[in-house]
Design a protein around this ligand. Structure first.
Ligand code: ADP
Ligand code: MG
Length: 693
């Protein structure tokens, strides 16, 4: 049996979607490699391979022979977060327009013709070959590997010009190939910027206590269970629990929330957040990639995998695009007998623009959102969200704060209410449900001592069952505990909007426990905004009882369905999907995970620290702030708008260029200059997404 090993290898030099394909193919060809995924944004390949048949040296060689490089694996990833400011972009556009002007003037005044006659052809040819050597070298290598890139066609164009004795246009093509290259690199690099800035926030060092002394170590060396010490102004290096001290912590990196939170003994804290005031001793629970921050970074990096339909279409199109361009050039040559016009066709339409149009916009949006505590797992979800028509929302923990308070414990069997509370709290000891948490808190407030439950069983959407102190206890809703229809106290409490929990001891109804949860204050405004955005159908789905749901739904002015089990929620999502609706499901992620996954877009609220929520959802809000919901809809629509504009612009531009060139109206020199403009347009257009308020 072969044991496969998975390795992440950084790859340098990839600057467009085509390149990831080349790298993937180069590695996949090696014997012993089972699967490869290549990520453009994070510049890495994830390889599953059989270490007995292939090793790193071979992988590295394969990557290098494809024309890319693998940096020293031992050294930590150097993070060069280049600053691409708007100023620089403006400057670039101005320089570009200036150069374009010079080329147009040169063409018009016949300067190029004069130059062509003035300097003998052989000298010109040498100039072109020397100046374009690195490009031709790459093209030759690509041809040997049977790859056709946009540079191949442009090189053919330049050679055609040389053949007919026009070395100046050939030289200008070469110059603009290099300019185009630069613009492309600049474009992908600036789209990656937000992602890189996020990665750069990862903590590097930690101060841990080892055998009574504080030592500073790289974060990767901290072990789970170790105590780390964090002082004011420092970054928390791990996910953990505060064991000593109190502090105000700025969690904006995770939640996007700029108001610092107070933490004290028992509080959970997250890696990559900052201690503003106070010092903390923290017991390490998770390190590195396992922390909430680590997961966010990983998901953002891998967001490229979830390609939108638009992007798939663009990818398919670019595969056919180059052959089509070559065909048009051939046709133009056969009909017009003008090699320079055919060369202009090859040159004008050849850029990475189609391949760049979508990923650049998506990367910019995802990166910028991640810094606001909004984790978006792929362009696919932005696309679905932009087209969504139905929004389904869970109640507990989603519309409400998810921190219910126990208000009443009503005994029905003569036991004292604290006795009952102790039994229920014991049964709920290991449940993650917010109601369980409320019960434990209430029991703690009364200093009740708890029992260790046996045969604990959590029934999602119903409640829990366990054996406590020899008694068979069930606590949950009417599905779990049969309740007589006429139980006045239940009606009375539910009329107050309280969630009820019925307790049965050895099968006999023994108590009613009431909990009250508060509506998140920003919900009504957020729902109104969603309606204004055209998402007219918002519906409440809850496992809570009819009466409680009705009351809340009425308050919010939305329809509802109550007493649902988690599988009913999935069913409802499917129902809407069958009617052709794009469904958004908003849940707290814990017991709604399956419905979130089923929806076209599953949005988890308050996902920080919850693995299940981050895994299951397509979009995760680290905080529970509902104002982000209409925001993310707007981001989705803006992103799709930018993508469509990118594609439309590139298509129209290239079409016109192609036509003019094929008709012999566009000279080769201008074709070369014009070719790099769409990339710049895409960059300028997509850069708008980097700056979200
Ligand atoms: P919602 O759909 O509002 O988020 P849930 O699906 O989480 O509600 O739960 C539905 C109902 O199931 C709760 O209102 C409660 O009555 C019951 N329930 C679920 N888990 C528990 C638990 N651990 N303890 C008691 N009751 C529970
Ligand atoms: Mg819930």
């Amino acid at each position: 049996m072969n044991e496969y090993q998975v390795l992440e290898v950084p790859v340098r030099g990839m600057d467009c979607a085509e390149c990831t394909v080349h790298v993937r193919e180069a590695i996949a060809k090696l014997p012993g490699v089972e699967s490869v995924e290549v990520w453009l944004a994070s510049e890495k390949a994830v390889i599953r391979f059989d270490p007995t048949r292939v090793d790193l040296v071979a992988i590295r060689r394969a990557v290098e022979s494809a024309g890319y490089s693998v940096p020293d694996l031992i050294a930590p990833l150097a993070l060069q977060t280049k600053r691409f400011s708007r100023k620089l972009l403006t400057l670039l556009v101005i320089v570009f327009i200036g150069v374009l002007g010079i080329v147009i003037a040169g063409e018009w005044l016949g300067l190029f013709d004069t130059l062509n006659e003035l300097i003998p052809l052989p000298i010109g040819v040498v100039l072109v070959l020397v100046g374009g050597f690195p490009l031709f070298h790459n093209v030759a290598r690509a041809i040997l590997k049977r790859q056709i890139t946009s540079h191949t066609l442009m090189t053919v164009g330049a050679i055609a010009a040389l053949v007919v004795g026009e070395w100046v246009p050939a030289a200008i093509v070469v110059v603009f190939m290099r300019v185009g290259d630069f613009v492309e690199r600049f474009t992908t690099e600036s789209a990656r910027r937000a992602v890189k800035e996020l990665i750069a926030l990862a903590p590097q060092v930690a101060r841990v206590e080892r055998s009574g002394v504080e030592v500073e170590v790289p974060v990767a060396e901290v072990k789970v269970g170790e105590t780390v010490i964090v002082r004011p102004g420092e970054k928390i290096p791990v996910d953990g629990e505060v064991v000593h001290g109190h502090a105000t912590v700025d969690q904006a990196t995770i939640t996007g929330e700029s108001v610092p939170v107070e933490v004290a003994r028992g509080s959970s804290v997250f890696a990559a957040t900052f201690v503003r005031l106070g010092s903390l001793r923290i017991k390490t629970l998770r390190v590195g990639a396992d922390t909430t921050f680590g997961r966010i970074v990983k998901m953002v990096e891998e967001a490229e995998a979830h390609r939108s339909d638009v992007q798939r279409l663009a990818d398919k199109f670019s595969a056919y695009y180059l052959p089509i361009v070559a065909g048009i050039a051939a046709l133009s040559f056969l009909i017009g007998r003008n090699p320079l016009a055919a060369a202009a066709v090859l040159v004008v339409a050849c850029s990475c623009s189609f391949a760049l149009a979508t990923p650049v916009a998506v990367l910019a949006s995802i990166g910028a959102s991640a810094k606001r505590g909004l984790l978006i797992k792929g362009g696919k979800y932005l696309e679905a969200l932009a087209q969504a028509s139905v929004v389904l929302v869970d109640k507990t923990g989603t519309l409400t704060l998810g921190r219910p308070q126990i208000t009443d414990v009503i005994s029905l069997n003569g036991m004292s209410s604290s006795e009952l509370l102790a039994l229920v709290a014991s049964a709920e000891r290991y449940s993650e449900h917010p109601l369980a948490e409320a019960i434990r808190t209430a029991a703690r407030a009364q200093n009740l001592s708890l029992f260790e439950p046996e045969d604990f069983e959590a029934l999602p959407g119903m409640g829990v069952r366990a054996k406590v102190n020899g008694i068979l206890l069930a606590a949950g809703n009417r599905r779990l505990v049969p309740v007589p229809e006429s139980l006045p106290i239940a009606r009375q409490l539910e009329a107050q909007g309280k969630t009820l929990l019925f307790v049965a001891l050895d099968g006999e109804l023994a108590a009613v426990v009431a909990a009250e949860d508060t509506l998140r204050p920003e919900v009504p405004t957020a729902l109104a905004e969603l309606r204004a955005l055209g998402l007219k159908h918002v519906e409440l789905l809850t496992g809570d009882s009819e009466r409680v749901a009705a009351r809340l739904a009425e308050k919010l002015g939305i329809p509802y369905r109550a007493s649902l089990l988690p599988e009913h929620k999935i069913q409802i999502v499917k129902e809407y999907q069958a009617r052709g609706e794009r469904v958004v499901m908003i849940g707290d992620g814990v017991n709604d995970a399956p419905a979130l996954a089923q929806a076209d877009v599953g949005i988890a609220m308050g996902a920080a620290g919850s693995d299940i929520a981050i895994e299951a959802a397509h979009i995760a809000l680290m905080s529970g702030d509902w104002r982000l919901i209409p925001d993310v809809v707007r981001i989705a629509r803006r992103t799709m708008g930018v993508i469509k504009l990118n594609i439309a612009f590139t298509a129209v531009y290239n079409l016109f260029g192609l036509m003019l060139a094929a008709l012999g109206v566009l000279p080769l020199t201008l074709a070369a200059a014009a070719q790099s403009l769409p990339d710049l347009g895409i960059l300028a257009n997509s850069a708008r997404l980097l700056h979200q308020k």
